[in-house]
Design a binder for this molecule. Structure first.
Ligand code: 5GP
Ligand code: ZN
Length: 115
């Protein structure tokens, strides 16, 4: 179910272009437009849900079930030496897009620009 005025729903629908990393019937993953490190990816459910507080368990289950496969694909493509997963909820915690998303942030060691 897509949500009016949600940029990530528009990305899922193809109205806004994105660099696709992975897609199936439940989940979409794409490169973050602002790469904090090389390969920085966002993983989102195709069902619109604002953030973790409003996410039904079934949607969370489908989303997180895909994360290991997507993380491994990023690992194989970019060869990082580590990886952070991050989920921001509400503005005081730096959520700026109100469609649930998991950041996958590949790490390359000292000087990769992320801390
Ligand atoms: P948040 O701050 O909500 O945790 O993360 C939102 C992320 O979405 C940010 O890292 C931001 O760079 C990314 N973002 C915002 N608009 C777009 C867009 O139109 N395309 C892509 N690929 N990423 C976006
Ligand atoms: Zn949405």
């Amino acid at each position: 179910m897509s949500h009016e005025d949600c940029i990530f729903c528009k990305i899922i629908d193809g109205e806004i272009p994105s660099a696709k990393v992975y897609e199936d019937d439940k989940v979409y993953a794409f490169l973050d437009i602002s790469q904090v490190t090389k390969g920085h990816t966002l993983v989102i459910p195709k069902t619109h849900t604002k953030n973790i507080y409003e996410t039904p368990p079934e949607v969370a289950k489908e989303l997180f079930a895909r994360v290991p496969q997507i993380a491994n694909a990023i690992k194989d493509t970019y060869n990082p030496i580590g990886m952070n997963l991050l989920n921001n909820n509400e503005e005081p915690a730096d959520q700026s897009v109100f469609h649930l998303h998991i950041h996958i942030i590949p790490r390359y060691g000292d000087g990769d620009g992320y801390s």
